[in-house]
Design a protein around this ligand. Structure first.
Ligand code: HEC
Length: 99
């Protein structure tokens, strides 16, 4: 619970600084629902490029996120947050998405 609060506080600080708009990593992301959330969450530990060069199926992205929480200490996501991230990644960065 406390960890979750800290993460949210941290995320809102990044939001307010509006630095995302200047970050080439953010600019390179495909637009769509969940983009901002994915950027804030996933670029905390590594460049987005490191994530988005992958092409995973829905199942693959689900497994990848599980690796982040189980192995690397990423905070557990709420069900709706999890769904939003999976949807964004699967729709734009899967083997069939053509990019
Ligand atoms: C708490 C830190 C942390 C957060 C937050 C995080 N990751 Fe990671 N991630 C890592 C570490 C550590 C590695 C392994 C080292 C590396 O590959 O650079 C990694 C590697 C990866 C990889 C490449 C290796 C693999 O397993 O396929 C992908 C893809 C990935 N992360 C996706 C994500 C996504 C998607 C998110 C956001 C939902 C995310 N990460 C958020 C720590 C994190």
């Amino acid at each position: 619970m406390i960890a979750r609060f800290l993460v949210l506080t941290f995320l809102s600080l990044i939001c307010r600084s509006a630095s995302a708009e200047d970050d080439p990593d953010y600019l390179a992301m495909i637009d769509g629902d969940g983009k901002d959330f994915a950027y804030l969450l996933c670029s905390d530990c590594h460049a987005m490029q490191h994530v988005l060069q992958k092409r995973y199926s829905r199942r693959g992205w689900r497994d990848a996120i599980k690796r982040m929480t189980d192995d690397f200490g990423m905070a557990e996501l709420e069900a709706d947050e999890h769904a939003l991230i999976i949807e964004y990644l699967t729709q734009h960065y899967s083997p069939g998405s053509g990019r």
